[in-house]
Ligand binder design. Structure first.
Ligand code: GLY
Ligand code: MN
Ligand code: MN
Length: 460
């Protein structure tokens, strides 16, 4: 448990966040932090991660705690550590000390919570022990997978409107996460010529993150099979002709995330086919970032990426036809099947515990189109939003061998030409981009992404 004094600027931000919430809702909210889940027996647990909504207002990752927010005031509910706790976990500050640190207006044991739940809204925490407790105390089902209703929905909308754009304190943390993630990627590139397996590159990258006393903000992807979008296997050997795709991001002690992907040649030199496709993905990445500014629809950024990729593949002779038409018929999605990115903040897919409430502007719903269904964000950009831009190209067997898709796109793919690109399994280039008043700022810009410099980083 990380409990230390917090800076006066963080304390100030926490107060402002609580006050801004109070300006949006006229009922109390109770947010639970959650508890650690056992791995194989109760005393051996997965690392604790506090609920992001709790962290946003409480500022410290306190396990088994709850806060009641009303009219800008915060009451902290948590139990003091048991007498035996000091033996195993060291001295942990008592409730009253923690209350002082986070400037709580009152501090009470957890048993008192049952007297304060009337008319209170909440949001389900992911771990079962906690949502069971939430359901029992509030006397209604509070389940992570249930659609939000009534005051819970109103609370969620209010929190979304706050967390959608980041205050200075959040941005300081997000920049820290980005900086350490950049160093992790450089370490991964530099380690590649000296190692034999994906796992060793992962070790070099996560080692940097751990050495900064941070954790990864999601399970790292470090793979020569980048076509498996969320590959979590690290046992493959690195062969000279392989591309290695690394999607690795750090999370600060306070829970703020980064999310970066780079793809580099194991040998330190892209083949000509790998380079051709890499440059198409990079062109899409750069075009998207160049277009970002307040008011621009994120959905249009996605379509821009799709169009640049389609045009690039036409130029390479892989797709046949006009780029715009190809995107309209979703042909780009054969190779770029996911969305251009997502919100980033305390969660790597920020606020996705609320379904599409944060990602989709009110009144909008996910499309069922092949080329649009995985779009996670569909809103106009606003200053202070942090999003990822992560175009990619993948040869996914489940897509390219799908009989229905194959016949639908039979005439717009030059399959023979495509077969010349067999050494490209998956390429993604992902950066974290802050929307500013005038345009955008790439928080991860210190990590080069042009093919030459990436090669140089691998070659040391
Ligand atoms: N790291 C997961 C993602 O890029 O969405
Ligand atoms: Mn991402
Ligand atoms: Mn990622």
């Amino acid at each position: 448990m990380v409990i230390h004094n917090i800076s006066s600027s963080l304390a100030n931000s926490l107060r402002q966040r609580r006050q801004r919430l109070a300006n949006l809702i006229d009922f109390p909210a109770i947010l639970w932090s959650g508890s650690s889940s056992p791995r194989n027996f109760p005393a051996n647990v997965f690392p604790f991660r506090a609920s992001s909504h709790f962290l946003y207002f409480a500022g410290l990752p306190l396990p088994k705690a709850a806060i009641r927010l009303e009219a800008g005031k915060l009451e902290l509910f948590m139990d003091d550590p048991s007498p035996s706790s000091a033996l195993w976990h060291g001295e942990i500050p008592k409730r009253e000390e923690i209350a002082q640190i986070i400037e709580a207006d009152a501090a009470k044991p957890l048993t008192e919570l049952e007297f304060c739940v009337a008319e209170a809204a909440t949001i389900a925490v992911q771990d079962a022990a906690t949502w069971t407790q939430q359901s029992q105390l509030l006397n209604r089902w509070v389940l992570p997978q249930n659609p939000l209703q009534g005051i819970d929905l109103e609370l969620a909308k209010a929190i979304v409107s706050l967390r959608l754009t980041h205050d200075e304190e959040a941005l300081t943390e997000l920049r820290k996460a980005a900086g350490v993630s950049v160093e992790a990627h450089k370490a991964g590139m530099a380690a590649t010529p000296n190692v034999k397996r994906e796992a060793e590159v992962r070790g070099a990258m996560e080692g940097v993150i751990i050495a900064h006393n941070m954790t990864t903000s999601y399970n790292s992807i470090v793979t020569v099979h980048g076509e498996v979008l969320h590959n979590e296997q690290y046992h493959h050997p690195l062969q000279p002709g392989d591309l290695l795709l690394a999607d690795v991001g750090a999370e600060t002690e306070m829970g703020w995330a980064a999310d970066i992907t780079r793809t580099w040649p194991v040998s330190g030199k892209f083949s000509s086919t790998q380079r051709d496709i890499y440059d198409v993905v990079l062109a899409a990445h750069d075009a998207c970032i160049a277009k970002m500014r307040p008011g621009v629809e994120y959905g249009d950024i996605h379509l821009l990426a799709a169009t640049v990729i389609a045009q690039g593949l036409v130029d390479l002779g892989i797709l046949l036809g006009n780029a715009q038409d190809l995107v309209e018929m979703d042909a780009h999605a054969l190779f770029f099947p996911h969305g251009i990115g997502h919100l980033l903040g305390l969660d790597v897919h920020d606020m996705e515990d609320l379904g599409d409430l944060a990602g989709y502007e009110e009144g909008r719903e996910r499309s069922d189109r092949f080329g649009l269904g995985y779009l996670r964000l569909n809103r106009p950009l606003r200053p202070g939003m942090l999003v990822t831009i992560e175009p990619g190209f993948y040869q996914v067997p489940a897509i390219l061998n799908n009989a229905h898709l194959r016949s639908k796109f039979e005439n717009v793919v030059n399959w023979e030409r495509l077969s010349q690109f067999n050494d490209v399994h998956g390429i993604r280039i992902e950066d974290d981009v802050l929307v500013t008043q005038e345009g955008s700022e790439v928080l991860t810009a210190a990590l080069p992404n042009d093919a030459d410099t990436v090669e140089n980083l691998v070659n040391g």
